[in-house]
Write a protein that binds this ligand. Structure first.
Ligand code: AMP
Ligand code: ZN
Length: 494
């Protein structure tokens, strides 16, 4: 498998450098609010990578940190009158629920910044001992960029002539601030005069900067040099550039060998932002009645190095695409005459090869998806013509299963996920008109629907058409559509 490497600017092979396990680190969420679809686009592509590596037989050790202390957490927790641990735990819980809703696998290791303070302090001490870290008047510690000549090698920015000792002391950097960055922030009082959360350490009382967290946790769990580091494109500079500077200055070894950056998502052609009114969390979309599977499928369908323009039309298309795949998989589970149709067998082999070629070539999810839809078309055409044989169905199901090992949309958990989003909305007082309607629909369990459908079938058999129609109408009001076919009645939620 090959992947573009931001560091070298080339598409390069991915192999475990220790000959055994592929070690990867992805910058995780800062848990100060609910995750938005942009965040999840990045995490889904990292998940796609880990799933595909495992599929081709490479053991993976994936570390994703949780940033549970930073400016925004401190600010929001104090505004909510909560301590930072309770505040961040709440959003961390929500984040992992969302990951599960979107079918993301849990990384092997999920370390928390606040559990790794001693590791960060000792890394800063190593930099201090080389005069790379220095303490400013307010007690904060900074990284002296002038001591790291390679600074800028990842983002390809030119930092010649940067001023030694010029500092920025905030997390929320301006993009182009090429100045010494904070490693450790001395404790101060917040705007209400209350002393902020801090740790007593050999560096003084304070808390870590954001960049040092990732350097410390990556080397603790993966070693000084590891195979791949990933994140959204906004992290390339300054965050990842700073991680490299800190780690390589301390260890004198290369930090990550491969760097993967996921491009940002746009919404209806514009940058997603609260002020533009086009900002969506996963939960916002679920409460509007969109399915988790369709959101996942849409977020992963455009390759990670291309911009994804998220639109509601696209989401509707994605919903039908998932539906089509599921219907096709169900169809392939039917019974067919023994034997094999050679032409279809060739198309099946071609789809499988196309799928692997696409994903192993820089994780091209769009082409992998297209290869599988070619198979859906060929399989349906053959089945319609009565030309599909039992061995074809078996082969096709195996290909679909492989595809689903990465795309993970065939198993239908949608209603269940929406129901738990609604439970959350109810508990937190977020139910609005649209979600109330959705709630009414989902208050019907699958078993309730099956029972009514059976009753309707009996009513029709005994020529009680009034009752049969009444049931159809009742189900329709709850958003459940019935389809009569020669194989019986199928139902689906609107
Ligand atoms: P944060 O919790 O803000 O640190 O972000 C978590 C991850 O989401 C990081 O890898 C970010 O780069 C990524 N991210 C943030 N916004 C977007 C976006 N609009 N599109 C894609 N990825 C994003
Ligand atoms: Zn990071």
């Amino acid at each position: 498998m090959e992947l573009f490497n931001t560091l070298t600017g080339r598409v390069e092979p991915l192999t475990p450098s220790d000959g055994a396990t592929f070690r990867m680190y992805a910058c995780g969420p800062t848990v100060y609010d609910y995750g938005h679809i942009g965040n999840f686009r990045t995490f889904i592509h990292v998940d796609t990578l880990r799933r595909y590596l495992k599929q081709i037989g490479m053991p993976v050790r994936h570390v994703m940190n949780v940033t549970d202390v930073d400016d925004k957490i401190i600010r929001n927790a104090s505004a909510a009158g909560m301590d930072i641990a309770a505040y961040s735990k709440r959003f961390e819980g929500a984040f992992f629920e969302d990951m599960e809703s979107l079918g993301l696998e849990r990384p092997e290791v999920v370390p928390h910044a606040t559990d790794n303070i001693p590791e960060m302090v000792s890394l800063i001490e190593r930099l201090r001992d080389q005069d790379i870290a220095y303490q400013a008047e307010d007690g904060s510690w900074y990284f002296r960029i002038a001591k790291f000549p390679d600074y800028g090698k990842l983002s390809k920015k030119d930092f010649d002539g940067i001023e030694d000792g010029a500092r920025v002391d905030v997390d929320e950097y301006e993009k182009d601030a090429a100045r010494d960055f904070a490693l450790w922030k001395a404790v101060k009082n917040d705007s209400n005069g209350v002393r902020e959360h801090s740790w007593e350490t050999s560096l003084g009382a304070g808390r870590p900067g954001w960049h040092i967290e990732c350097s410390a946790m990556a080397s603790k769990y993966l070693g000084d040099t590891f195979d791949l580091h990933a994140g959204g494109e906004d992290l390339m500079f300054p965050h990842h550039e700073n991680e490299i500077a800190q780690s390589e200055s301390a260890t004198h070894k290369q930090f990550a060998l491969h760097w993967m950056h996921v491009r940002f998502l746009l919404v209806e052609g514009r940058k997603m932002s609260k002020s533009e009114g086009n900002f969506y969390t996963l939960r916002d979309l679920l409460l509007k009645g969109h399915r988790a599977s369709a959101i996942r499928f849409l977020l992963m369908s455009v390759p990670y190095r291309h911009q994804l323009n998220f639109t509601f039309d696209g989401l509707a298309e994605s919903t039908s695409a998932v539906e089509r795949l599921r219907t096709f998989a169900a169809r392939m589970k039917g019974t067919f005459p023994a034997g094999i149709n050679e032409e279809l067998a060739a198309a099946t082999a071609k789809a499988l090869a196309g799928y692997d070629a696409a994903l192993s070539n820089d994780l091209n999810t769009a082409e992998a998806r297209a290869a599988i839809f070619d198979l859906v078309r060929a399989g349906n055409v053959a089945a319609d013509a009565g030309a599909l044989r039992a061995e074809n169905a078996t082969e096709i199901l195996a290909v679909l299963q492989r595809f689903d090992g990465v795309f993970a949309v065939l198993q239908d958990r949608d209603a269940e996920i929406t129901r738990s989003a609604l439970d959350w909305a109810e508990q937190s007082g977020r139910i609005n008109e649209a979600s109330a309607e959705l709630l009414a629909t989902l208050s019907f369990t699958d078993a309730d629907i099956d029972a009514l459908v059976t009753e309707r079938t009996h009513a029709k058999k005994s020529r009680n058409f009034a009752r049969a129609d009444a049931i159809r109408k009742e189900l329709l009001e709850k958003g459940i559509l019935l389809e009569d076919s020669k194989d019986g009645v199928r139902w689906k939620r609107k």
